[in-house]
Write a protein that binds this ligand. Structure first.
Ligand code: AMP
Length: 190
């Protein structure tokens, strides 16, 4: 059983890789961005609040995310899981650590997909025309990238220090297939 975290800035390709690897290992893929986007379709008060936050590129509150992730891990992650887009803040990583302790689970692999800002800006703009996400426009990209630098990068640095034996840096500028191949090699080797 493998439990995996994918880190990386928006547009680094972590969603694509998380999906491919979840099929390869037959484990759950928990993308918090996808889960939140589904919630937007419910069009209730929470959906309206989420829409305002997400379309501006800011982070949704830790309480909402922690509840979503713990309930999905409880119901879906019996065979292992990939966390894609979570934890994004130190509070979320504390919550996750407590959850893992309580459930006697541990993380086996952490992949940090790195990419420079210009490459990801072009990718996100391309995705915006393909998927019509309203947080994929030029004004919002910078806010999302800054959220990453100010918050999520601290979280991945924390994991890099604490879990250096299972933390792998991945070059996100490579082709999708090459990245998948590299990740699969790491999974097979260990
Ligand atoms: P993503 O598809 O992962 O880029 O997420 C899209 C948006 O959903 C983000 O810009 C945030 O507004 C929100 N979001 C997703 N995951 C989280 C998280 N772990 N914490 C806070 N907000 C999140």
């Amino acid at each position: 059983m493998s439990n995996i975290i994918f880190f990386g800035p928006p547009g680094a390709g972590k969603g694509t890789q998380a999906k491919l690897i979840s099929h390869f290992l037959n484990i759950s893929h928990l993308s918090t961005g996808d889960i939140l986007r589904k919630k937007l379709l419910e069009k209730d008060t929470l959906a309206n609040e989420l829409k305002i936050i997400m379309s501006s590129g800011n982070l949704v509150s830790d309480d909402i995310l922690n509840k979503i992730v713990s309930s999905r891990l409880n119901s879906e992650a019996t065979n292992g899981f990939i966390l894609d887009g979570y934890p994004r803040t130190l509070k979320q990583s504390e919550f996750l650590n407590n959850y893992l302790l309580e459930t006697s689970c541990k993380i086996n692999f952490i992949f940090n997909i790195q990419i420079n800002f210009d490459t990801l800006k072009n990718r996100i703009l391309k995705r915006s025309s393909e998927e019509s996400r309203d947080d994929d426009n030029i004004n919002v990209i910078e806010t999302r990238y800054n959220e990453y630098l100010n918050s999520t990068q601290k979280v991945s640095n924390f994991y890099k220090e604490q879990y250096s034996n299972i933390f792998y840096e991945i070059d996100g500028s490579l082709q999708i297939e090459e990245i998948t191949h590299k990740i699969k090699q790491i999974l097979k080797k260990t």
